[in-house]
Design a protein around this ligand. Structure first.
Ligand SMILES: NC(=O)N[C@@H](CC(=O)O)C(=O)O
Ligand SMILES: [Zn+2]
Ligand SMILES: [Zn+2]
Length: 468
């Protein structure tokens, strides 16, 4: 593997931006300093005073393969990630077949290994398949979920009883549960009441703020009852932010780390119910577009530590599928390629400080999903050289024609983003001069903590140890 010297760059270190040089050997950052001497370096990148930052870790993508490859596949999805400065993704289980047993997991793993150009984890589905959860965990899934408390793409939602039983099993395994929190009863009731409503905003009304708040409350009650580690996906409301802030405060008051983390998506931060007119059915996603009060609360939440990370919920659907009646259109918007550009643009616009943006996109997701074990999430000696080089002053309009997802459109069309000039994954330059520079299949599978090789199992049997 070539060694790389990045010179003439600035990094965020000790609470400030500092000039630095970075040496990368065997895929890892091995030295950070000034005027570093290298006898021979295979490649020198002159960053021209641009910033070098940790690349993004997107813990919530739907790459659609197997089964829905007209919308996306592991190659196109991972190219979109790389071009947007994301070098690690975690894929969701609502594919066809859903990732709910060994066979489906192995099928997805093989496809991803053959095609992904970025490193990846795979989540295991929870659909009432309680007897399969242990085998999925041992196969190396990153986490369970997203566990659907309400209907969304794929129809994998489960009822409250099954949710509780599944969470108890996930606790027994010592694994992490990720939860799509919306209240299905309320949604169904409102769907009946709003039968005559044919406006686009209907979708925001049928899944109102309370629909999320009720489910978040329920989920957190189960988390504290069962003491299971959990992660709340795509938080979108003022109410949920309030509940989470309070629960975290109560935990910390007792000197405990909260048992849960949460994420917010760029579409809930930067789009609102005002965009229904522009986006029409293209603005349909779960949870739905929200009003300005929620957006303000989410911005406060990302700044004060209530929200732990941003994730894209990259949910590609084709234009032809979206450009139909609001009730018929599938829910979800693409976003893996615009996650980092939009967050960097938000830093540029003083919506949040750069230090916080780095935490939200790299270290916090790495910690919460156990990827720190895999040397992910920091620009530091010893960590994987998963890096982006960006010029934060270069705001550019987002245009679907330059994006890599098969979706072919973006809800952020025309909005400003800061795109990476280079993306490095384990020291390999995979995005440079607006082009992908990577072979399909170079991405590594990042197996989860439950992964046990057959040898491990035999060792355990011999020593008579059992798993806790
Ligand atoms: N967010 C969405 O509206 N859709 C997601 C599923 C999900 O995350 O709920 C999808 O897979 O299409
Ligand atoms: Zn979801
Ligand atoms: Zn999702």
């Amino acid at each position: 593997m070539p060694d790389i010297l990045i010179k003439n760059t600035r990094i965020y270190h000790n609470n400030s931006l500092q000039s630095a040089e970075i040496i990368i050997e065997d895929g890892k950052v091995t030295r950070i300093g000034k005027d570093l001497r290298v006898s021979s370096s295979d490649m020198i990148i002159d960053a021209g005073d641009a910033l070098t930052l940790p690349a993004g870790i997107d813990v919530h993508v739907h790459f659609r393969e197997p089964g829905m490859t007209s919308k996306e596949n592991w190659y196109t999805g991972s190219c979109a990630a790389a071009a947007g400065g994301v070098t690690t993704v975690i894929d969701q289980p609502n594919t066809v077949p859903p990732t709910t047993d060994r066979r489906a997991f192995e099928q997805k793993l093989k496809l991803a290994r053959g095609k992904s150009i970025v490193d990846f984890g795979i989540n295991g589905g929870v659909t009432g398949n309680i007897e399969k959860l242990e085998e999925l965990w041992k196969l190396g899934i990153t986490a369970f979920g997203e566990i659907f408390m309400a209907e969304s793409t794929g129809g994998l939602n489960i009822n409250e009883e099954t949710l509780e039983e599944s969470l108890a099993e996930i606790k027994r395994l010592g694994a992490l549960a990720t939860i799509h929190a919306e209240d299905e009863k309320m949604r169904l009731e409102l769907e009946g009441l709003l039968k005559g409503d044919i406006s686009y905003e209907y979708h925001s009304r049928v899944r109102p703020n309370a629909c999320e708040a009720i489910a978040v409350q329920k989920a957190l009650e189960l988390v504290s009852k069962l003491k299971v580690r959990a992660h709340l996906c795509h938080m979108s409301t003022l109410e949920a932010t309030g509940i989470i802030r309070k629960e975290k405060y109560l935990a910390r008051r007792e000197n405990k780390e909260p048992l849960f983390t949460c994420e917010v998506t760029p579409h809930h931060l930067f789009l609102s119910t005002r965009d229904w007119e522009r986006l029409r059915s293209f603005g349909k996603m779960n949870p739905p577009l929200r009003g300005s009060n929620s957006i303000k609360a989410l911005v406060n939440g990302i700044n004060d530590g209530t929200i732990d990370m941003v994730a894209s919920d990259h949910a590609p659907h084709l234009e032809s599928e979206k450009d139909v009646d609001i009730r018929v259109a599938p829910s979800g918007v693409p976003g893996v390629e615009t996650l980092m550009p939009l967050m960097l643009a938000a830093v540029r616009k003083n919506i949040l400080p750069l230090s916080r943006m780095i935490m939200l996109t790299s270290w916090n997701p790495a910690k919460a999903f156990g990827l720190d074990r895999k040397s992910k999430g920091r620009l530091e000696v010893g960590f994987d050289a998963d890096l982006i080089i960006v010029n934060p002053r270069e705001l550019r309009p987002i245009k679907a024609e330059f994006l890599h997802s098969k979706a072919g459109w973006t809800p952020f069309e025309g909005m400003e983003g800061v795109f990476p000039e280079y993306t490095l994954s384990r020291g390999e330059v995979i995005w440079i001069e607006e082009s992908i520079n990577a072979k399909p299949g170079r991405g590594n599978f990042l197996e989860g903590r439950g992964e046990r090789s057959e040898e491990d199992e035999e060792d355990l049997e011999e020593t008579g140890e059992t798993q806790d």
